[in-house]
Design a binder for this molecule. Structure first.
Ligand SMILES: NC(=O)c1ccc[n+]([C@@H]2O[C@H](COP(=O)([O-])OP(=O)(O)OC[C@H]3O[C@@H](n4cnc5c(N)ncnc54)[C@H](OP(=O)(O)O)[C@@H]3O)[C@@H](O)[C@H]2O)c1
Length: 274
């Protein structure tokens, strides 16, 4: 079975570069979805307390029979649980729902800057890491000015920044900042929530390689060095999205995709979400 390559995190752990996102996957069917993915070769699942499917995700992992250390599990603390004590409670709840005794990666879901509590939240993540219950810790939706502050005022740096990133929002400056600080960039909504499907440029590139637009975009993320977590509940698409390790985009393909960048978000600007 083909598995995803892994990328090294600055804390010494590794993360499978291609994983499955499960936002909007119902808890009742999440176990089936996760099982399909694990059978297809995925070894990395991205959930969050907000998604309300940590129980189903945990059941899917348990059902697979895979050793715990072969599946990389990410979850996140939601915006209403910022602060040191509250984050620790939220983490315990997530771990309980997942049925695990550690997660591989715990993220601050959004900086929620108006609450001005993400530094206290980060302290809680540092302690969870020291306890070994979160093997790695990182952030999500952090602009460079949020990262500047976190790095200046913390003992530990995040290993990952998970942000909205797709051909219409390529985040070149943020990716450069992350790389300069040893932070991996992880792409959420990597298919721009489906906008990539049916795009003429991506279809044309795909036709040359015998691949779909979705596969072209996932391949583009991999070649940029992003961690990438496309979501699907559709078994044939879950498998399709993983079938991206037998071709490579060339310079002309990369330039054509590069030209799609328009700075358009599908989600909120992190400075505006609390
Ligand atoms: N940190 C954050 O704030 C944040 C925010 C948003 C998302 N995320 C994470 O990122 C993950 C991915 O983002 P996303 O779920 O927003 O969007 P996405 O992965 O860009 O797109 C998912 C959509 O594309 C469809 N799709 C997937 N593969 C396809 C294919 N091969 N052909 C045609 N359609 C396909 C899916 O449909 P079906 O499911 O119906 O097949 C779904 O409607 C999330 O699940 C979550 O884990 C994180």
């Amino acid at each position: 079975m083909t598995l995803s390559p892994s990328l090294r995190l600055t804390d010494g752990h590794s993360i499978p570069q291609l994983g499955l996102g499960v936002y909007k996957v119902p808890d009742a069917t999440a176990a089936d979805t996760v099982q399909v993915a694990l059978e297809a070769g995925y070894r990395h699942i991205d959930t969050a307390a907000l998604y309300d499917n940590e129980s189903g995700v945990g059941q899917g992992i348990a059902r697979s029979g895979l050793p715990r250390d072969e599946v990389f599990v990410t979850t996140k603390v939601w915006n209403d649980r910022h602060g040191f004590d509250e984050t620790r409670r939220a983490f315990d709840e997530s771990l309980g729902k997942l049925g695990l005794d550690y997660v591989d990666l715990y993220l601050i879901h959004w900086p929620a800057p108006r609450q001005d509590r993400y530094l206290a939240t980060w302290r809680a993540l540092e302690v969870l890491r020291a306890e070994g219950r979160a093997r790695s810790i990182g952030v999500s939706n952090f602009h460079t000015h949020h990262l500047d502050r976190l790095l200046a005022e913390s003992a530990l740096a995040p290993v990952i920044n998970q942000v909205e990133l797709h051909p219409w929002l390529q985040q070149a400056a943020l990716r450069e900042y992350d790389a300069a600080h040893g932070i991996l960039t992880e792409a959420w909504s990597p298919l721009a929530r489906g906008r990539a499907i049916g795009n003429a440029t991506l279809d044309r590139i795909g036709a040359r390689h015998g691949k779909s637009a979705a596969q072209v975009v996932i391949r583009w993320h991999l070649q940029l060095g992003n961690v990438v977590i496309p979501k699907s509940v559709t078994p044939v698409r879950i498998r399709e999205n993983f079938d991206v390790f037998d071709f490579a985009l060339d310079e002309a393909d990369l330039a054509a995709i590069g030209a799609l960048d328009s700075g358009e978000r599908t989600g909120k600007d992190p400075d505006d979400l609390d």
